[in-house]
Write a protein that binds this ligand. Structure first.
Ligand code: 13P
Ligand code: SF4
Length: 374
């Protein structure tokens, strides 16, 4: 089948500069104008905010969530004409794929990408698949892509019998995959794949890394034959900052502390922590925690700081003392949100994220499989 490479090139960075009049606004003026625009637009607009967004954005979100919850919301909120997605590019693409035809999805700043998602592109994944086909291995493999990937990779997975997963359902999706076939190709986050496989009892030596820059991913044909999971060599630069030493230090300084990390962290960090889970899981765990309890959290700083503010009765801090922001999530500055909303007031849709219909159809198969599995 012909490969759909329609969004395969690196995401073009074509965010137009904001008008000087908006850039000059103070934080208070911006906030007031966002609130006014939001009110005037009423039910025609729904604003979705990922948990890593800054507080000045989150306060205007109608719904907040992790990647999974936001994809469900995008699939369910058929009443709004516009979905303003305060998150990163792959999330807005998924919202476009799952939303109704009449709805338009808007990403306030087109430069808000995800460095992990950019670590796998369709040319590399196609090449990997061709290699596996030549070795007679592909027929035993279910491809699984993490939500943090471009729409054309979700389409690849959809047309090759696989599914999408998020950090909140990776295990359920991998269990489903192993009911179909004996092997999995997991991209682009090697850590989520390894952490999940490890919990399922898959030996580490049967989870091998596929490096797209090396011939056969840097593996011998026999190793590929013997493996259970091929882990794409990708990672999150934010979660890659957390270390076992930081955990040791937190435990020494705060006896009785609970350590909780996101499963995009490396395996040794996840194993040294007490809990790991998606952003939604992390929030739930802190909400349910006893007053006076202490928490060192290994995830993005905006979420950790918000949890600390919302729970003054608990001690909550980020495992990384040097602060750990997701710089691309942070690109959704309130000026961009204001600009998109005021354009809607003027009847103009700026920054629409529109996935090519053929790619969207195939990606939807993979996304719907995930929604059905979980
Ligand atoms: P969640 O699905 O847990 O929100 O994670 C998304 C993400 O990008 C984490 O880095
Ligand atoms: Fe991507 Fe990491 Fe930012 Fe999540 S935290 S959006 S994986 S760069």
């Amino acid at each position: 089948m012909a490969t759909l490479q329609l969004t395969a090139k690196p995401r073009p960075l074509f965010q137009q500069p904001l008008p000087e009049e908006i850039r000059a606004l103070s934080a208070e003026e911006t906030d007031a104008r966002i609130a006014r625009a939001r009110e005037t637009l009423g039910d025609r607009v729904v604003i979705l905010g990922h948990h890593y967004q800054r507080d000045e954005i989150i306060k205007h979100a109608d719904f907040r969530g992790d990647s999974f919850k936001l994809s469900q919301l995008a699939a369910e909120r058929k009443d709004a004409d516009y979905i303003v997605f305060c998150g990163v590019h792959f999330m807005a693409e998924s919202a476009d794929i799952l939303s109704a035809d009449h709805q338009k999805v808007i990403l306030p700043n087109l430069n808000a990408g995800c460095s992990m998602a950019d670590m796998a592109d369709i040319y590399q994944v196609d090449e990997c698949w061709e290699n596996l086909q030549e070795l007679g291995i592909a027929e035993d493999v279910v491809p699984i892509t993490y939500m943090n990937s471009a729409a054309n990779l979700k389409a690849f997975v959809g047309r090759n019998g696989g599914a999408v997963c998020t950090s909140s359902n990776a295990r359920a999706v991998l269990e489903w995959a192993f009911q179909q076939k004996p092997k999995v190709l997991f991209f682009p986050d090697q850590h989520l794949g390894r952490n999940t496989g490890y919990r399922m009892g898959i030996p580490l030596e049967q989870m091998i890394v596929w490096d797209p820059r090396e011939e056969l991913g840097g593996n011998e044909p026999e190793t590929l034959q013997d493996s259970k999971i091929l882990l794409w060599k990708g990672h999150c630069s934010v979660h890659g900052r957390f270390t076992v030493d930081q955990i040791k230090e937190a435990r020494e300084s705060y006896p009785g502390i609970h350590v909780m990390v996101h499963p995009e962290c490396p395996l040794d960090v996840v194993l040294a922590s007490d809990y790991d889970g998606s952003t939604e899981y992390i929030i739930k765990k802190v909400n349910e925690a006893a007053p006076g309890s202490k928490w060192a959290i290994g995830t993005e700083i905006n979420l950790v700081n918000r949890l600390a503010q919302e729970h003054p009765d608990k001690t909550i801090f980020c495992l990384d003392p040097v602060i750990c922001p997701c710089s691309t999530m942070y690109r959704i500055h309130p000026h961009f949100l204001l600009w998109t909303l005021e354009n809607l007031l003027d009847g103009k849709v700026v920054n629409e994220i529109k996935v090519h219909p053929e790619v969207a159809d195939q990606a939807k198969v993979a996304l719907n499989r995930m929604l059905a599995i979980t």
